[in-house]
Design a protein around this ligand. Structure first.
Ligand code: FES
Length: 71
């Protein structure tokens, strides 16, 4: 998981963000958006690459779920 160390090159950090917190995270940049279309597990409306999420106080209490498969 997170094999490329945050360089948006692997997609192995794909996660599902608790829906009620999802809008508190800035929208993905184009490259992240493209990577999310190529992840091992199906993209969902609340999908993000965890390496691109900056944790702030606004995310206190958020639940993050990992997909069944990352590779
Ligand atoms: S760690 Fe590789 S895309 Fe996030």
């Amino acid at each position: 998981m997170a094999e490329c160390g945050g360089n948006m090159a692997c997609g192995t950090c794909h996660v599902y963000v608790q829906q009620s917190y999802f809008s508190r995270i800035p929208e993905p940049e184009e490259m992240e958006d493209q990577m999310l279309d190529a992840t091992a597990s199906a993209r969902q409306p609340n999908s993000r690459l965890s390496c691109q999420i900056i944790i702030t106080a606004a995310l206190d209490g958020v639940e993050i779920t990992c997909p069944e498969s990352q590779i």
